[in-house]
Design a protein around this ligand. Structure first.
Ligand SMILES: Cc1cc2nc3c(=O)[nH]c(=O)nc-3n(C[C@H](O)[C@H](O)[C@H](O)COP(=O)(O)OP(=O)(O)OC[C@H]3O[C@@H](n4cnc5c(N)ncnc54)[C@H](O)[C@@H]3O)c2cc1C
Ligand code: FES
Length: 330
């Protein structure tokens, strides 16, 4: 028998026994120690923790062979918010850009979630195989909005959700959803915060920026939002509203190729990738160390932005990220 020690982001600690060959998550479950998880297949990264030498480890995949210690990027209270299954009625959907759909569901009963978390949605289908097939999407609305779940969904060629939205979706359709999941959520709003989004990775960041905690906070916010082409842009009105509501909010929008808009509307336009946008942030060198960062989007972008922000001196424990990988089946 081995011993596993975990430290939560709020400083709480727990220790539990584990048999050799068990996954850390199985051992925690047997000992009733709450850890965040979702897919159990190694694709969602919800269970990611930092181990020896600060290396990222997926606890649903990590088999125990010795005593080990892990640092968890979420509080013990957050780990205790267990997902529930609900029926959700599609209120409406529309194209937010050529490559993104926007949809709103009314959820059967009020649900608790933290700004930044996601839901597993079973795409409505008469095919029994697909009725068990869940896709992950992050809520874009603030948790204070009771019984509503709003999503931005990338229009993936051949995607099952994308095909449903393009051809079969009707207002009033009922989907099964499991909510909430994930350890990517907004921490205290009193630190300067850098939000970095690639494509629909903006969705959970919008929930954070729209949340009550952020609205009450006085701390500066900086947003870098990147898309490939101008026609991929979405949610710009939501960003402009946020810029007016928050005490200080710098928003840099990057476009990979083609011309930039010439409008002078408070948003800062930048040609290139989110990495070019990051270099435009008005943050002085001593300010990085007391900032937090939230990064979401494709895995390569998330890794590059994380490395760059670490280089600017943001402590790794103040950087939170979520990579949008393919959902697979849950
Ligand atoms: C925690 C989490 C939260 C997420 N939140 C969102 C969100 O808010 N909005 C959003 O648009 N996406 C989000 N994603 C990504 C989304 O879950 C997947 O892209 C999903 O598979 C799309 O479902 P689909 O039915 O349209 O396509 P699928 O039928 O699942 O896939 C169709 C094809 O595209 C490939 N594929 C699927 N996803 C990706 C991808 N991300 N990159 C490259 N190729 C891919 C598949 O391998 C397959 O070949 C999230 C993923 C995770 C892990
Ligand atoms: S629960 Fe471990 S990667 Fe999804």
């Amino acid at each position: 028998m081995f011993r596993i020690d975990v430290t939560y982001a709020d400083g709480a600690t727990a220790a539990f026994p584990a048999k050799g060959g068990q996954t850390v998550l199985q051992a925690a479950d047997a000992a009733e120690v709450p850890l965040a998880y979702s897919c159990l297949t190694g694709s969602c990264r919800t269970c990611a923790a930092r181990g020896h030498a600060n290396v990222e480890i997926l606890l649903c995949q990590q088999r125990v062979s010795k005593d080990e210690a892990f640092w968890l990027p979420y509080s013990q209270a957050a780990a205790r918010i267990a997902p529930v299954r609900r029926r959700a009625r599609l209120l409406g959907f529309k194209r937010a850009s050529v490559s993104v759909h926007h949809l709103r569901f009314a959820v059967e009963f009020p649900v608790r979630f933290l700004a930044g978390q996601y839901a597993a949605i079973a795409v409505p289908s008469s095919d029994p195989l697909h009725r068990r097939s869940f896709r992950y999407f992050s809520m874009a609305n603030p948790p204070e909005e009771d019984s509503v779940a709003e999503f931005y969904v990338r229009d993936l060629p051949g995607g099952y959700m994308a095909e449903y939205l393009a051809n079969r979706a009707r207002p009033g359709d009922v989907a099964r959803i499991s909510i909430p999941h994930g350890s990517f959520y907004h921490r205290s709003g009193d630190m300067r915060a850098i939000f970095v989004a690639g494509g629909t990775g903006l969705s959970p960041l919008l929930a954070m920026l729209r949340s009550g905690a952020m609205m009450k906070a006085d701390a500066p916010a900086h947003v870098v939002f990147g898309v490939q082409r101008i026609e991929d842009l979405f949610a710009l009105d939501a960003l402009r509203i946020l810029q007016n509501r928050l005490t200080y909010c710098q928003i840099v929008v990057t476009i990979g190729s083609g011309p930039l808009p010439s409008v002078n509307d408070g948003l800062e336009w930048c040609g290139g990738t989110v990495m070019d946008g990051l270099r435009q942030l008005r943050v002085e060198q001593p300010e990085w160390v007391s900032s937090s960062a939230y990064i979401c989007g494709p895995p390569g972008m998330v890794d590059a932005a994380r490395a760059w922000l670490t280089n600017q001196n943001i402590p790794p424990t103040q950087i939170y990220n979520e990579a949008f990988t393919a959902s697979g089946l849950v």
